[in-house]
Design a protein around this ligand. Structure first.
Ligand code: PRP
Length: 208
């Protein structure tokens, strides 16, 4: 049996489509009620959880495979896994964003950067050898510059609509984000054939 954790919500829908295209039994997922754990005819046991919890389940060996966004992986301390497939769904970027005059401004103090992703933000500015102040916001991060709390933000940009609706723009792209299939290292040792088979079937489903 292969145990899988899928991030609830948008990723769940996209992964379900891909599993269906790869000829896996997705009936129990489509008929999901309030239950949090299901079994399929292909001997898959699937649980559904919040993105960070998918990583926690995989870290503790509760599941063999996790489907989770690269944004969550980048923000999480745990990195002892194999990333076997980029599902190329949920594509967006991490970016530094602010008002258009940000780059020409002369700051006489540390820049204040608002983000829901302090780890990603810290790493990005550490690479630039720039000391900044991080202000953690839980959502609607664009509010940081809008209300004057922050000079810029590090956030996810998909269509760019939220930025432009608030007079902001991408100052610099940081990295690409999409849904990834990650695998517990010891699971890969013991269930290699089944896991490789799933990777191959999903890859085929992507191209068809
Ligand atoms: C995300 C992100 C941006 C927005 C970007 O927020 O934090 O705010 O989507 O999308 P866009 O480029 O297509 O406009 P989300 O909707 O997940 O909610 P949040 O702001 O509460 O985090």
């Amino acid at each position: 049996m292969i145990k899988i954790a899928i991030t609830k919500g948008r990723i769940q829908k996209q992964v379900t489509n891909l599993l269906e295209n790869a000829d896996y039994d997705v009936e129990p997922i489509l008929n999901l009620g309030r239950e949090l754990q299901i079994k399929t005819k292909d001997d898959l046991q699937i649980i559904f959880g919040k993105a960070n919890d998918v990583i926690t389940f995989l870290e503790h060996g509760i599941v063999d495979i996790g489907f989770v966004g690269k944004d969550t992986l980048d923000e999480n301390d745990f990195d002892d896994y194999y990333e076997l497939l980029d599902l190329k769904i949920g594509q967006c970027i991490f970016a530094l964003a602010s008002y258009p005059d940000f780059s020409n401004k002369n700051f006489q103090r540390r820049k204040r950067i608002a983000s829901k992703y302090p780890r990603v933000t810290k790493k990005y500015f550490a690479q630039k050898q720039e000391d900044i102040e991080i202000i953690k916001l839980e959502g609607s991060v664009e509010l940081g510059p809008v209300v004057g709390l922050a000079d810029a933000i590090v956030d996810i940009v998909e269509t760019g609509n939220t930025l432009s609706a608030n007079g902001l723009e991408v100052i610099e792209k940081i990295s690409d984000i999409s849904t990834r299939m990650i695998v517990n290292k010891s699971s890969f040792k013991f269930k290699k054939d089944k896991i490789i088979e799933m990777v191959e079937r999903l890859e085929d489903a992507q191209t068809n």
